[in-house]
Design a protein around this ligand. Sequence first.
Ligand code: NAP
Length: 273
Amino acid sequence: MNTLYGLIGEKLTHSISPLIHSIIMESTNINGFYHLFEVEKAHLETVIIGLKNLNAKGINVTIPYKQAVMPYLDGLSSEAERIGAVNTIRFENNTCIGYNTDYFGLHYTFERLEVTVSNKRAVILGSGGVAVTVLQYLIDNRVKEIYIASRDVEKLRRDRRFNSYNLISYDTLKNLDYSNLLINCTPCGMYPNINDCAVDRETVSKSEAIIDLIYNPKETLLLRYASELGVKNINGLYMLVAQAIQAQKIWNNIECNEEQINMIYEEVKEKFR
Ligand code: NAP
């Protein structure tokens, strides 16, 4: 029988996780079926218990439940604990342990871009769920300075996760003389709002490398500015694929080196049009 895997979230119609996981499972000889579970918040605990009882091996978790699932878990990996959010659950011996594989997806993205974090000045755009993961990754990798740009700086000053960093408005960001890394953690520019961009071209020109976590469209306006200006850049598809591979590593103890990750990524990129 095929082992059960899946994704729980609120609205999953446009999810490409089944495509990504089917490609990973096929190329690593894992037998399994990856199902989408649209869940109402009131049913979250029941669904997790149900999946455990159905002998599911693992599930991913997406918006808006990355924090909401945490009370129903038996333990957390160290990165999930530090970030305070879970996007992957492993069921084993009647327990469920939470992980955060976005963190590892980001790691492989930096490697793919051939950019290091240590001693750099980084700018994070936005203060939502994934921004917290990015922030933790930068701290763990000894970034020198962190600026977080937000539409509501006052709100961030009251938030313990952010208030010890440089919190700036988008107007103040325009006056920043340079950034080594700029990471877009907002939905600005995501389909169908493809003409939106959180920052202007001038700000992009003062950056050395840009990561846009959006993957639809493949080239956001932000990344178009970066390419036109010769600034190193990458979209969010590599992170999405690498975090899914990390989840399969956790569920199935598989090995997957950089070359295999790149092959899987190329196949996903080809099929995701
Ligand atoms: P989220 O929790 O909704 O947070 C998005 C943040 O962006 C908000 O907290 C807000 O911060 C800012 N924002 C929202 N609307 C904005 C607007 N119109 N203009 C400027 N800023 C705006 O979302 P998330 O889960 O962090 O995800 C953010 C993006 O990353 C999404 O596009 C998502 O698809 C992508 N993502 C990609 C991956 C991947 O693997 N590639 C993984 C996770 C997420 P302020 O209120 O502080 O301005």
